[in-house]
Write a protein that binds this ligand. Structure first.
Ligand code: GRF
Length: 205
């Protein structure tokens, strides 16, 4: 059984997509052992509880990045998400993690980003894409490395930009694809079908 820990800060729609994919049996041999939010008021915590997952608010107020990372690791491990065995998912988690934490879960921590990386890393990626005038946007699931939004790419899905799109309409179109892509990446990982080869992620049949 793959023990998954999900780090969240906000709405939790990607978290919900992953929880549903497990409930429906699309992702097997995996369970969400714990959901941790740095914001105690995050909707994502309610989403977790509604689906019967353990939800922990771990307020980051006043902690250094290092200290907060150590606290996160403690909660994950206490709930069975062990380095080298478990899987950590960043799902709208708005904090930058320290290298020590990233190293602990190297190759076992994923993030979803609403752009076709390496284009438009960072905040408001959909707005960056619109402002740049791209005709194709999309989303990316990648492994987490210390540099933000820069790790080996696992899956990507292209989404067309339409005339008259604004940040909201484009974000909504991308989000629908995020909800398919993240569960698929988790499924591939849980089935042991993902291998990291330097910068390149190879997918096995
Ligand atoms: C998503 O657009 C995700 O790609 C980005 O943050 C947003 C989180 O949304 N990293 P939600 O909390 O999963 O609804």
């Amino acid at each position: 059984m793959l023990e998954i820990g999900v780090l969240v800060s906000g709405r939790g729609s990607n978290l919900e997509a992953v929880l549903k994919s497990i409930e429906k049996g699309m992702v097997r041999n995996a369970r969400v052992a714990v959901v941790i939010s740095n914001d105690p008021n995050a909707r994502a915590l309610r989403v977790a509880r509604r689906h019967g997952a353990k939800a922990v608010a771990l307020d980051d107020a006043g902690d250094s990045r290092e200290t907060y990372g150590a606290k996160l690791a403690q909660v994950l491990m206490k709930n069975g998400v062990e380095p080298g065995r478990g899987l950590v998912l960043l799902a709208g988690f708005m904090k930058i993690l320290p290298e020590s934490f990233v190293g602990l879960y190297e190759g076992r921590m994923m993030n979803i980003h609403p752009a076709l990386l390496p284009a438009f890393p960072g905040l408001r990626a959909q707005k960056q894409a619109l402002d740049h005038g791209v005709k194709v946007a999309g989303c990316t699931v990648h492994f987490v490395v210390p540099e933000v939004d820069a790790g080996p790419i696992i899956l990507q899905k292209a989404v067309p930009v339409q005339d008259g799109d604004d940040e909201e309409s484009l974000s909504a179109r991308i989000l629908r694809q995020e909800h398919r892509l993240y569960p698929l990446a988790v499924k591939l990982f849980a089935e042991g079908r993902i291998r990291i080869d330097g910068r390149v992620v190879r997918r096995q049949a």
